[in-house]
Design a protein around this ligand. Structure first.
Ligand SMILES: [Zn+2]
Length: 474
């Protein structure tokens, strides 16, 4: 790390009045950001001291880097100048890095048995900030996690006990997101007070030691007085996620009330799950939790008001493999699948070269190019100029350019799920320059179902709407 730096410093009082030195080492061009960064660091230290326990060091510094780095170590985070300029970094990544002084650099993960620190940090930082923003924002984050997981091809994920650090997209989806959701399910199971008490004890007992998932299990087990072995075991030692299905729901009158029979099914191996169910009635919504422990199980529920519809896990609080209609296709799905093939519609010249490099960039490997004459039975990326794309879609009787992108920008990308379940990513540009302009930005939009570009700038994007599993009642 090398400057020239302008150093700003401030002393805050931590737990018990202990002085903590906060510093920014910023390049001149962002020196004006120092006060707001120092304020934010102070806020995060206060938040986590009251939540977990005293900050274990005597200083914390934010250091700027001329290259786009993002990197943390005890008492310090090293972030690119351009990164530090992004307005949301102070509200997200900075807090995550500060929290690593407790989880990761205060208690060290036992890497040989799985790194829990990224999941716990994601849960207590990134996810917590969403919860503070709104219920909707937190749900949106869970949906994003589950959609990313659903977009992994079979065999791309691994048990949490094998996660060490982020090396590619799939490891982030498991090591960070799945693990964060395990902590969310644990808090839903134990209640917030017990959950926080366990974290507190875990911190007291394990400070500056190496701790494993088994130590976490012990801390949560003793705080709650419950045997949590089955819970930890199913979420840590298995790859994948349960595939839940709302198989049946029937309604019958019973005296002055109503009885609903709900049948839930899941794949193998079977998980023990507390499944949230919403019952929509004439007068509102009632929430119930069903304890599912086998492959197929029937439950009887009673309501006073006439029930209209039953919805499975409407708030997406369970880590599970979403069904196709719950997880509409996103671009990443096609990008990460090792079986994906590529259709290049431009026949030759610079435009074909641009299409080829884009395909390589999107899949992070040499594309497997196939003929445009047939529809492949595997996920496909189709790249071409506007009229070529329209003609190709027409020829293969696929849905035309969707409303969300039609007539907009200089280039567009969107996903299509064919009736046979195969997903396509279609990329269409008005000319060669517009196509070449996508090479850098498009790979960053894997979480979207569609994106519109004006040159290199994304002007509009989104995911196709998700439909929860629901059954209407008579
Ligand atoms: Zn981290």
């Amino acid at each position: 790390m090398a400057g020239p730096y302008i150093v700003e410093s401030r002393t805050m009082r931590g737990a018990g009045g202990k002085p903590i030195q906060l510093r920014t080492y910023f390049h001149r061009q962002i020196a004006d950001l120092a006060p707001s960064y120092l304020d934010s660091v102070k806020g995060y230290i206060e938040l986590y001291e009251s939540w977990i326990g005293a900050y274990p060091f005597t200083e914390f510094s934010v250091v700027s880097s001329p290259t786009p780095t993002g990197f943390g170590m005890p008492t310090l985070t090293y972030l690119g100048i351009e990164v530090l300029r992004l307005p949301f970094i102070r509200a997200t990544s900075l807090g995550h890095e500060v929290l690593h002084n407790w989880w990761g650099n205060g208690v060290y993960p036992d890497y040989a048995h799985g790194n829990w620190s990224e999941g716990l940090t994601t849960f207590m930082a990134d996810y917590t900030y969403k919860e503070r923003e709104s219920l909707e924002a937190a749900r949106e984050m869970r949906l994003g996690w589950l959609r990313d997981f659903a977009a992994l091809a079979p065999g791309q994920d691994a048990p949490l006990t094998t996660f060490t650090s982020r090396t590619h997209g799939a490891t982030q989806i498991v090591g960070y997101n799945k693990a964060a959701m395990v902590f969310l399910m644990l808090r839903d199971l134990l209640g917030r007070d017990t959950f926080d008490r366990a974290l507190h004890t875990f911190w007291q007992d394990q400070r500056f030691r190496i701790a494993s998932w088994a130590d976490l299990e012990r801390a949560f087990g003793s705080a709650s007085g419950r045997d949590l072995h089955a819970f930890f075991d199913q979420w840590l030692s298995r790859a994948g996620a349960p595939a839940l299905m709302l198989a049946e729901a029937k309604h019958a009158k019973s005296g002055s009330g109503n009885v609903i029979t709900v049948v839930l099914e899941q794949g193998t191996p079977e998980y023990r799950l507390r499944v949230p169910i919403a019952i929509h009635t004439e007068h509102g919504e009632e929430l119930r939790t069903l304890d599912l422990g086998s492959a197929r199980q029937a439950f009887t529920l009673e309501t006073h008001d006439k029930p209209l519809e039953v919805v499975l896990d409407p708030d997406l609080r369970l880590f599970r493999r979403l069904k196709p209609e719950e997880a509409p296709p996103i671009l990443r799905q096609v990008m990460v699948d090792r079986t994906t093939v590529t259709v290049l519609l431009p026949e030759s010249g610079e435009v074909r070269d641009a299409a080829g490099s884009l395909a390589t960039k999107l899949q992070n490997r040499e594309p497997k190019v196939v003929s445009p004459d047939h529809l492949a039975a595997v996920p496909s990326v189709v790249i071409g100029l506007q009229e070529q794309v329209d003609a190709w879609l027409e020829r293969h009787k696929l849905p035309q350019r969707p409303e969300a992108v039609r007539g907009k920008g200089t280039a567009q990308a969107w996903t299509v799920r064919r009736p046979d379940g195969v997903t396509l990513a279609v990329v269409s540009a008005q000319d060669g320059a517009a196509l070449a302009a996508l090479t850098r930005p498009l790979p960053h939009y894997g979480r979207q179902s569609y994106v519109v570009f004006d040159g290199t700038k994304a002007t509009s994007r989104g995911a196709w709407p998700a439909r929860p599993q629901a059954i209407k009642l008579d």
